[in-house]
Structure formats: structure tokens, C-alpha cells
Design a protein around this ligand. Structure first.
Ligand SMILES: Nc1ncnc2c1ncn2[C@@H]1O[C@H](COP(=O)(O)OP(=O)(O)OP(=O)(O)O)[C@@H](O)[C@H]1O
Ligand SMILES: [Mg+2]
Length: 112
């Protein structure tokens, strides 16, 4: 199993969510977060003065998928989160050792 931590634009969340539901992924964790990437935020003008906005609002999606679904889920997220502008976000993929559904005690793929 793989874990995808996706940091995306808040405005793209509904599109990504719809695409994941179409692939049969209902289970996910969503959090509103702040962060910055390689540009370290943006510079804004206000009343003729420049100031730095260090952290920008993003949405953090945590999704655990079967190994065999990884590529299509990654594609669905990228296709629906991408605007082509800086700040589109990032996906981190890592291995998951086990998943346990609390209600039933099921484990592994069956518990996703
Ligand atoms: N290396 C990183 N580690 C952890 N979080 C990151 C990392 N890079 C980006 N993020 C998170 O992703 C968000 C969006 O990053 P962003 O899209 O600006 O990445 P980038 O590398 O600067 O790419 P771009 O040049 O397209 O802006 C950040 O606000 C931050 O929350
Ligand atoms: Mg950036």
C-alpha cells in the first residue's frame, strides 16, 4: 500500500475530490494548511509598500491506496490540481506497512 500526501490549491479540492470518487476512493483525510515551496511565499503590494506573505493557504490530502492503483490516483490528482502556475502544489508518495479498519479488524488492502 502507498500513502499519498498531496498539497494542493484549495480552489482545486472539489475537482480532485470528484476525480477520486470516480476512481472509487471515498476515504481520505483533508486539512487546511499553510506552507511555502521554493519561492518561499509571495511578495504583495499594499498602499505602495511591498510586504512578504511567507505562508500561503493550501489543502493537504492524505490518501492511502493499493499499490496497483497508485499511478492512476496520482494522475487523477495531478490532472485535476494543475493550473500550470507556480504554487500548484506537490505530492509525496511513501510506503504503508499496514491499514486496520477499527470497526472490523480487517487489515491490509481489505481495510482501505
Ligand atoms: N519540499 C517540501 N516539503 C514539504 N512541503 C512542501 C515542499 N515543497 C512544497 N511543499 C508544500 O507544497 C505547497 C506548494 O508548493 P509549491 O507548489 O509552491 O512547490 P514549488 O516546489 O515551489 O513548485 P512551484 O515552483 O511550481 O511553485 C507549499 O505551500 C508547501 O505546503
Ligand atoms: Mg512554489
Amino acid at each position: 500500500m502507498k500513502r499519498i500526501d498531496a498539497i494542493i490549491r484549495p480552489a482545486r479540492l472539489n475537482f480532485v475530490k470528484a476525480a477520486l470518487e470516480e476512481l472509487g476512493y471515498g476515504g481520505m483525510t483533508v486539512a487546511e494548511v499553510k506552507g511555502h515551496g521554493q519561492q518561499r511565499g509571495i511578495t504583495e503590494q499594499w498602499r505602495g509598500r511591498e510586504y512578504r506573505v511567507e505562508y500561503l493557504s493550501k489543502v493537504w490530502l492524505l490518501i492511502v491506496v493499493k499499490d496497483s492503483d497508485l499511478e492512476k490516483v496520482v494522475d487523477a490528482i495531478v490532472d485535476n490540481a494543475q493550473t500550470g502556475e507556480i504554487g500548484d502544489g506537490k505530492l509525496f508518495v511513501s510506503d504503508v506497512q499496514d491499514v486496520i479498519r477499527v470497526r472490523t479488524g480487517e487489515r491490509g488492502d481489505a481495510a482501505i
